[in-house]
Design a binder for this molecule. Structure first.
Ligand SMILES: [Zn+2]
Length: 334
């Protein structure tokens, strides 16, 4: 793959595909013509190759420079190069304060934050070796970003005029605490970041920081997206696609089916890590086990909020008895 794979995907909108070493092998960034320059949506992972690619672009096809940078959320393939690009181009950066905070928390900045993280994963049944790896340097290495730059924020419902386009700003929870998506109602375009991907389901994690109700917020976000005029989705991974409304409905069904599996596999007294293994199987990689655990916590919390299960002493989960059965039991003992 060429690092500077730059193609026009809509009038005055370019997709830049950059390679990545971890997980998915690429990330899509988008450039929207903004007067003489470009608004950039997401920045890519910070690496020497990516910086070299940007230098080539900024002295070639993107010589008009960057006017503004919208960082959809705090994960490194979106936020990673924001500081460098801001300093290199002088572009204004839009980043939600919740996302900045989540990025800073991911770096476990204080001994107290590290202790809280260690206790959280230990309490929910993560093996001691995994807890040490996660709180050692794994989170920091995979997820932490440099946020030492000035930024502004945008509000949900705000309008962003960019060249020929008038984008409505959406602020969406679930995958991250407050992810920006940009919807252009006239053209039916949606810049989604990771919120609505065609071939993969965005991870939803209940962590010691970030979104406090990831699954509830993600389902609410999908219901909002379902109501939009969507003819073309511009996602952070894989190709540009039509059928965004159908994809939003498919993702709602995906999580309904996942909740069914959680209901079926939960045995009284299980810790979240036991449930994660029962639902997803034993993962070989520590990062995958971490994701399975935090995604399980998001689903267990949702079932708890629906009063279907409860979390007892030592963070052990229990199905609640059906109302009819407990009524009968009361009647027999009365
Ligand atoms: Zn992400």
């Amino acid at each position: 793959m060429e690092p500077d794979d730059l193609v026009e995907v809509a009038p005055d909108i370019l997709r830049l595909r950059l390679p990545m070493d971890e997980g998915i092998d690429h990330v899509n960034l988008y450039l929207v013509r903004d007067g003489a320059g470009w608004l950039l949506f997401d920045t890519g992972v910070d690496s020497a190759d990516a910086r070299a690619c940007w230098e080539r672009l900024l002295s070639g096809p993107l010589a008009g420079g960057l006017t503004r940078i919208v960082v959809s959320h705090h994960h490194p393939d979106h936020l990673g190069l924001a500081r460098w690009l801001h300093e290199r181009t002088g572009a204004v950066v839009y980043l939600r304060p919740e996302e900045r905070d989540a990025a800073d928390q991911t770096a476990l900045p204080t001994p107290e934050a590290m202790d809280a993280c260690r206790n959280y994963f230990g309490l929910h049944g993560m093996e001691a070796g995994d807890v040490t790896a996660i709180t050692g340097d794994l989170l920091r290495r995979f997820l932490a970003c440099d946020t030492r730059f000035q930024s502004r924020t945008l509000e949900h419902g705000e309008v962003l005029q960019v060249g020929r386009y008038r984008f409505d700003v959406l602020v969406q929870g679930g995958h991250s605490v407050a992810q920006f998506c940009l919807h252009e109602p006239t053209a039916g375009l949606l810049l989604t970041g990771d919120q609505l991907l065609e071939r993969i389901t965005p991870n939803l994690s209940l962590l010691p920081w970030g979104d406090r109700h990831p699954l509830r917020h993600y389902l609410a976000s999908l219901e909002q997206i379902e109501a939009l005029d969507l003819r073309c989705v511009l996602p952070a991974h894989h190709g540009v696609y039509a059928g965004g409304v159908a994809r939003a409905r498919g993702l709602i069904r995906h999580h309904e089916r996942a909740l069914e599996r959680f209901r079926a596999r939960l045995q009284p007294g299980m810790k979240a890590m036991d449930v994660a293994t029962a639902v997803y199987g034993r993962r070989r990689d520590v990062l995958d086990r971490f994701l399975a655990l935090t995604e399980s916590l998001a689903h267990l919390q949702y079932l708890e909020e629906q009063s279907e299960i409860s979390q007892g002493a030592e963070a052990r989960w229990h199905p609640r008895h059906p109302v009819a059965a407990s009524t009968t039991a009361v009647a027999l003992t009365a």
